[in-house]
Design a protein around this ligand. Structure first.
Ligand code: HEC
Length: 158
């Protein structure tokens, strides 16, 4: 067999494996379980991004590219996370979650908290782009306040 044919065949083989895996995952996990797993992974990314900024602020040395990347992650999550709380992905789903039922009975308030979060995250990104510790520190606090405000009202494990 010519090398190019071998490569073409192994690419086909790999995509068939990926298709098979995707099909398995889609049947194994309910939409609620998938949403919960995805939002948990994203919250961990948000925690990681906050830690990057906190460590820089504590050390007193801002590494601008990393600070901007962390702030970008945080701002992007404000757009992604609200969609990962579909109806039926609360405690009644039977999947382990700390999301309180109030998210779905008081959806406007929950979405309002995400709006506050995103406003502050966008400001944090602007601050990160200055590379200057003082505005980054102030916005880090402001954003952290919006994490806490939402957790207080909508998360079981505060
Ligand atoms: C608008 C509401 C809201 C905002 C804003 C918010 N969170 Fe949360 N957070 C939640 C809810 C609800 C849960 C529980 C989710 C679940 O268990 O399904 C949670 C869970 C978490 C978890 C635990 C994830 C896990 O694997 O169990 C971490 C970590 C976290 N949030 C960090 C943050 C950080 C850091 C911020 C701010 C940068 C933030 N959150 C902002 C609502 C919010």
């Amino acid at each position: 067999m010519t090398p190019s044919k071998t490569i073409a065949l192994s690419v086909l083989g790999a995509s068939a494996t990926i298709l098979a895996l995707t099909a398995t995952l889609a049947t194994a996990a309910s939409p609620a379980a998938t949403a919960i797993a995805t939002r948990h992974a994203n919250f961990k990314k948000m925690g990681g991004a906050m830690k990057v900024l906190k460590d820089q602020l504590t050390s007193g040395t801002i590494a601008k590219p990393q600070a901007v990347a962390a702030a970008r992650t945080l701002a992007a999550m404000g757009r992604v996370q609200p969609k990962l709380f579909p109806a039926g992905s609360g405690p009644s789903s039977g999947v382990k979650t700390d999301a309180l039922p109030a998210i779905w009975t008081d959806r406007a308030a929950f979405d309002g908290k995400w709006k506050d979060y995103t406003t502050q995250a966008d400001k944090l990104l602007a601050a990160a782009n200055t590379g200057d510790a003082a505005p980054i520190g102030a916005q880090f606090k402001a954003l952290g306040g919006t994490c806490g405000a939402c957790h207080k009202q909508f998360r079981a494990d505060k």
